[in-house]
Design a protein around this ligand. Structure first.
Ligand SMILES: N[C@@H](CCC(=O)N[C@@H](CS(=O)(=O)O)C(=O)NCC(=O)O)C(=O)O
Length: 217
């Protein structure tokens, strides 16, 4: 049915891997390092980023789907049941807002990660501080939403897109920023994340570091 180009640490790809499992959609995982010269992503995504979802039946690379939030939107249209969106319009829009913030925290973490890989004299402390401020602000917002939730999940009592985004960013922090102690600051967010990680689709998509062969900054 589909090939998913993914990377072991990718929080963006993890959202899609979880969605495909939750929707019972068969797929083949093609794991790679998008930073290495061997990456296949440029063949499918002009932005050279993964995740990329490739319909196996397609005969054109242009049929590929990319940008995780769009892949999830695409899956909701093509494979609506079971839905990963809440039923009411306002809750649907809130779920997407949660994804915006969680993806934005991931974006800031990636930028800070690569800033740290530059030679010390080329690293910009103000730039790094700006990214980590976004991380702190995003986690604060997420923690508030989790504390105010009515049910087990972020929106009601069934898993939605909001939970996929939240679990993926928290899992990414655990693998890339293990010393960033958000769990002490936000104990309820920690409890919510531990609940998510027990779910099969989360438990079998836990991120892990990758080895980059090529220098990229
Ligand atoms: N907004 C994109 C971000 C995807 C992204 O940044 N992917 C990284 C890999 S990872 O950070 O998810 O592990 C990538 O392919 N980077 C390669 C590049 O930016 O050239 C999405 O949501 O899909």
């Amino acid at each position: 049915m589909y090939i998913l180009i993914s990377a072991t640490p990718s929080p963006y790809a993890r959202k899609v891997r979880i969605a495909l499992q939750e929707k019972g959609i068969p797929f083949t995982l093609q794991t790679e390092v998008p930073w290495d010269s061997t990456t296949q992503t440029p063949q499918y995504n002009p932005l050279e980023k993964l995740p990329v979802l490739i319909p196996v039946c397609s005969n054109s690379p242009d049929d590929a789907v990319y940008e995780s939030h769009f892949i999830l939107e695409w899956l909701e249209v093509k494979h609506p049941s079971p839905s990963l969106l809440p039923s009411s319009v306002d809750d649907k829009l809130f779920a997407k807002k949660v994804e915006v913030v969680c993806d934005g925290v991931c974006d800031a973490l990636v930028l800070a990660l690569f800033e740290n890989q530059r030679e010390p004299e080329k690293q910009s402390a103000p730039w790094e501080a700006r990214q980590m401020r976004k991380v702190a602000g995003g986690l604060k917002a997420l923690s508030t939403w989790v504390s105010n939730r009515k049910g087990q999940f972020l929106i009601g009592d069934s898993l939605t897109l909001a939970d996929l985004a939240a679990g993926s960013v928290l899992g990414y922090l655990a693998v890339r920023w293990p010393d960033y102690d958000w769990q002490t600051t936000y104990p309820e967010l920690k409890g919510y994340w531990q609940m998510l990680e027990k779910r099969e689709s989360f438990a079998n998509t836990v991120p892990s570091p990758q080895t980059m062969k090529d220098k990229i900054v």
